[in-house]
Design a protein around this ligand. Structure first.
Ligand code: THG
Length: 265
């Protein structure tokens, strides 16, 4: 499974202050900790900071100084996305991802030309002008539509990750089941790749780490390819490596053993 570190996200007040105050050392440490924990990419978001494009330019610059992994530029704002993508050094642009588009025309028609220009990947949320659908079948239909839309912009399917959007189980008890079923349906589409942000599932409940860990193992069983998670959480990383070993996605359990030796689980 492709592991994307979630922690550099300005929706968290501490991160927002660190970006606004240009505390590079703190943010670089968070980047290094996530990579040490097993993150293969890092999500970067500065949506709450004023002058988001300038903040994104700075954030990408200081993160790249310390870690080599590709970045996920997390913003709905085309100017911030372009600031981030253009700041990436040569060779890193086509490994980057943009988080995210939806099936809403106003959003994708500004963002997809940038994704194409930089040859980046893109995360597409299964929502449209009517919001997030409640059933797996409706999300599947939007996923089909998203494959068509990105295809119209000549973006290869290998650069598209479809996100059926996790809802909190505490407030939406049936939605976790619908989410899992959407993963299964979407994976029947040719070359479909799936992704989700995980921690939303446990919002408002105690011992979130336990719920997140069990949930990611379930998602993996339904065909999840990539996850935006806290890679410094050993319960979650342990669940990822265990699920990979159990589902025969880890030959001779070598990654499981390696992660254990590196104190990642
Ligand atoms: N899909 C896509 N992108 C996303 C999400 C998604 N980006 C944002 C979000 N959801 C995933 N990222 C985060 C980033 C930070 C936090 C949660 C999700 C966070 N969590 C609290 C913290 O760290 O203190 C609590 C975490 C916990 O207790 O587990 O800050 O769904 N495409």
């Amino acid at each position: 499974m492709l592991i994307i570190g979630e922690k550099i996200n300005s929706s968290h007040p501490k991160i927002s202050r660190a970006i606004a105050g240009q505390d590079a050392a703190y943010l670089q440490k968070l980047a290094q900790e996530q990579v040490a924990g097993g993150a293969q990419m890092l999500d970067v978001n500065c949506g709450t900071v004023k002058n988001e494009p300038a903040a994104m330019d700075w954030l990408v610059k200081i993160i790249q100084e310390k870690v080599q992994v590709p970045l996920v530029i997390d913003s709905p704002n085309p100017e911030a996305i372009e600031a981030g993508l253009s700041r990436l050094s040569a060779g890193h642009q086509e490994q980057a991802m943009v988080n995210s588009i939806t099936a809403e025309k106003e959003r994708f028609e500004k963002i997809l030309p940038l994704v194409k220009k930089y040859n980046a990947g893109v995360i597409a949320l299964t929502m449209n002008e009517q919001g997030i659908p409640r059933t797996a079948l409706e999300r599947f239909t939007i996923a089909q539509n998203l494959q068509q839309i990105t295809g119209d912009y000549k973006i290869p399917l290998s650069n598209l990750y479809i996100d059926p959007l996790v809802q909190p189980v505490a407030s939406e008890p049936q939605q976790v089941i619908e989410f899992l079923e959407s993963l299964r349906l979407i994976k029947t589409l040719p070359k479909a790749q799936t992704i989700c942000g995980l921690s939303n599932v446990s919002f408002g409940l105690p011992n979130r780490s336990l719920l997140n860990a069990i949930f990611i193992a379930m998602c993996f069983g339904y065909g999840l390819d990539a996850a935006i998670i806290d890679p410094t959480d050993k319960n979650i990383m342990g669940a990822v490596r265990a699920a990979e070993a159990l589902l025969n996605k880890d030959e001779y359990c070598l990654n499981y053993i390696k992660a254990y030796r590196e104190s990642q689980l």
